[in-house]
Write a protein of this length. Structure first.
Ligand code: CUA
Length: 296
């Protein structure tokens, strides 16, 4: 992050300098045609060498050196981090599927990791090329059809780190975000155990009605809710959807109001997305919301 601010700062100075020089040249040309080249050719040549070769070379070499120091630092977590684990990240248009090999856990757009642990991210894609990027934790890694690309992710401190698809992948590329939640190892294990379990059943009447709707409407032909008859994998796994903090790949917060708006008219929130407008009544939407809210 620090590197990014440095690059922005230096690029801004260079940009303003270039614009300033252009402005000066323009003013001078307009006012009585002062010579730009000619009697002061030696000075002009020196300026060209300084600004055209000298400064850019110095800036690029410095940034290259600093960027490499940062990248090397990011690639090698402290030796104290002896434990390691693997997370599978699968890019979809336009969301992220997250799997924890060796467990039943499947989730979407929210990766939980334990702090102080080397996390091997194996990045693949279900469709086009995406790029998995969590700037605070690791560099970018492209997801390329037919390839398993790997990157090491490491968080020394607990917290939530924003991630984003960094390769143009279609209409909703900009809304293909995710969150990485780094937690102390014990909290992470509790989370993973819950994530691996099948969905809890509900006794609330409206939620039961919503469950019926989910299984009979189109929902079940795209989504999976483990422990039920819904086993499709076109859209995100919803077994524990209410445990996630965002919806629609980090585009909107996960609360009853936004969830209702999303179900009622997904194309208004994410045009071009594969989630269709189901033409449900308001009470049907509320029943589905009640059911999905019961899935912790
Ligand atoms: Cu996925 Cu851009």
């Amino acid at each position: 992050m620090l590197l990014w601010w440095w690059m922005l700062g230096i690029a801004t100075i260079v940009f303003l300098g270039a614009v300033g020089m252009l402005g000066i040249a323009w003013v001078r040309r307009r006012s009585a045609g002062l010579p730009i080249l000619g009697e002061r050719e030696d000075i002009n040549k020196r300026l060209v060498v300084l600004f055209g070769i000298g400064i850019p070379t110095a800036v690029l070499v410095a940034l290259f050196a600093v960027a490499n120091i940062y990248l090397i630092g990011q690639s090698a977590p402290p030796a104290a981090a002896s434990t390691s684990m693997t997370v599978d990240v699968i890019g979809h248009q336009w969301w992220w599927e997250i799997r924890y090999p060796g467990t039943q856990a499947v989730t979407a757009n929210e990766i939980h990791i334990p702090t102080g642990t080397r996390v091997n991210v194996v990045a693949t894609t279900a469709d086009v090329i995406h790029s998995f990027w969590v700037p605070a934790l690791a560099r970018k890694i492209d997801t390329i059809p037919g390839r398993n690309n790997r990157i090491l992710m490491y968080a020394s401190r607990a917290g939530t780190y924003r991630g984003q698809c960094a390769e143009f992948c279609g209409l909703q590329h900009a809304n293909m975000g995710l969150e990485v939640v780094a937690q102390p190892p014990s909290a992470f294990r509790t989370w993973l155990t819950n994530m691996a379990a099948p969905a809890q059943s509900t006794t609330v009447a409206s939620a039961q009605a919503g469950r019926q709707l989910f299984m009979s409407q189109q929902c079940a032909s795209c989504h999976q809710i483990r422990g039920t008859s819904a086993r499709a994998t076109v859209g995100p796994d919803l077994t524990h959807v209410n445990s996630r903090s965002t919806l629609a790949a980090a585009e909107i917060p996960n609360d009853p109001t936004h969830l209702a708006a999303w179900i009622a008219n997904p194309q208004a929130i994410k045009p071009g997305d594969r989630m269709p407008d189901l033409g449900l009544s308001r009470s049907q939407v509320q029943q589905l919301v009640a059911y999905l809210e019961s899935l912790h």
